[in-house]
Design a binder for this molecule. Structure first.
Ligand SMILES: [Zn+2]
Length: 247
């Protein structure tokens, strides 16, 4: 059956000599693969329509029980041109798509596909119009907090994640949220300004990112939570961290 679907290309991998395998995230089907024959050749008609980190419309042969399909036609709907032309922005987009790619299972019509797609779609739309490092850091932090929520690993920023006490002293990567003085363990106390920022980041959602501001240390905390609790490979952050001088 010939199907036409809209999605975001998360990545592309060379396959054989002239082909590519695209990984697409769609609001309907979730994550699946498309074999784009001949697109590795620059003269291919479809070559410019299969760029990673673009939103497109794809026609392919849908087959039951499969997750990889033969691409018939591709058309770019949104190029996110500013993002692709700017190094800090494109590194951020790649990091965000890389996280989504890692978290979403390959499975047709997987649960939560619409929300996962909406998060990445809205984040790329915002990113495409960003100019300052502060905006990029804030978007990155909120995106990571929302991603953790979508996969049932949301941060605890209301009270101590261990005992529920509402007077808190630090953010613990290990506990995935705030801890009180009693449950600090080897952690140092954090100042209340950073704790407040972490709470805002966790509550804001992408709709309110212009009202808050994240710092490098907040982004670092969220990266560490993703590595520790979701098993994300640190390599996903390496170029992003280098460009934004996060260590
Ligand atoms: Zn406690």
């Amino acid at each position: 059956m010939l199907e036409t679907d809209t999605g975001i290309i998360l990545k592309s991998m060379p396959f054989k000599e002239r082909d590519q395998i695209l990984t697409v995230l769609s609001p309907v089907y979730g994550k699946y693969g498309l074999l784009a024959a001949g697109t590795a050749k620059l003269t291919s008609r479809n070559a410019s329509s299969v760029l990673p980190l673009t939103k497109g419309e794809f026609s392919f042969d849908l087959k039951d029980g499969k997750t990889l399909f033969k691409l018939r036609q591709a058309r770019t709907l949104v190029l996110y041109r500013n993002m692709h032309e700017d190094l800090p922005l494109s590194c951020t987009g790649e990091m965000m798509a890389g996280l989504m790619e890692y978290m979403v299972p390959v499975e047709m019509e997987s649960e939560g596909a619409l929300e996962q797609y909406a998060l990445l779609h809205d984040a790329l739309t915002l990113l495409n119009n960003m100019k300052t490092e502060e905006q990029i850091l804030t978007l990155s932090a909120v995106y990571m907090a929302e991603l953790l929520k979508l996969f049932g690993m949301g941060l605890e920023t209301e009270c101590c994640a261990v005992c529920g006490k509402t007077v808190v002293s630090a953010f613990s990567v290990e506990q995935g949220g705030f801890v009180c003085e009693e449950h600090l363990g080897t952690l140092k106390k954090m100042d209340t300004v950073q704790l407040k920022r972490m709470r805002w980041i966790n509550h804001a959602g992408l709709a309110h990112i212009t009202e808050i501001s994240a710092e490098k240390e907040d982004v670092k905390c969220l990266e560490e939570v993703l590595v520790r609790h979701a098993g994300v490979n640190r390599r996903i952050f390496s170029l992003y961290n280098r460009i934004n001088r996060i260590d």
